[in-house]
Design a protein around this ligand. Sequence first.
Ligand SMILES: [Zn+2]
Length: 215
Amino acid sequence: MTPGPTHVVRCPSCSQLGAYPTIASGNTFGAVYYTDGRRVAPMLPDTPSVVRCGGCSGVFWLESATEVGEYSPWGSDSESIDPTWTSAARLVEPEENQYVAALEQLIAAQPDKAKDARLFTWWRGNDQHRGSSPTVGKDSPEAVETRHHNMRALMGLLDTAEPIDQLMRAEVLRQLGEFELATKALTRHFPSQFDTAISRLLYMCARRDSTLQKL
Ligand SMILES: [Zn+2]
């Protein structure tokens, strides 16, 4: 994995600078794919589309922030880099509850990305079940209700003509415990590239298993 330049942007709310690293080249060696469609690739980490400001805690679409500049974190010109860039706080993806709190504002800012906003929120909630040592806490009934509300809203935004969206709809249904509806959604015609995922999801529906799994 070769690091690319670190980008520096200005928070649209408070104007504080924030930074995020990029990857010049990487690969999917060791990548893990999950039933919710998220890929975790250690050698090719994703740059989050939605980030949280270290100054005002505001959550915003990264592409909506004004780029101030970029610098090479390993370059020989380090002495000429603006120190406010190198001291800028690292922008990170919001936690699930921070996504939830910002959802309305994110969708208002980019209405055509409502699906993405809800998808990222769902994935972030599932993140606690990923990795070699998932930290699974006991969520409050309110948190679960909020999560399910977002998942149902996400389903309403999925394209009924797109196989990938229909697969996602089935997975949302399965995670909601709607196993019959999920099974029905999986028994339509899908391109053969989805065979493995569909077999796995059908198997878990038959076991009435609603947990996130690796594919
Ligand atoms: Zn800010």
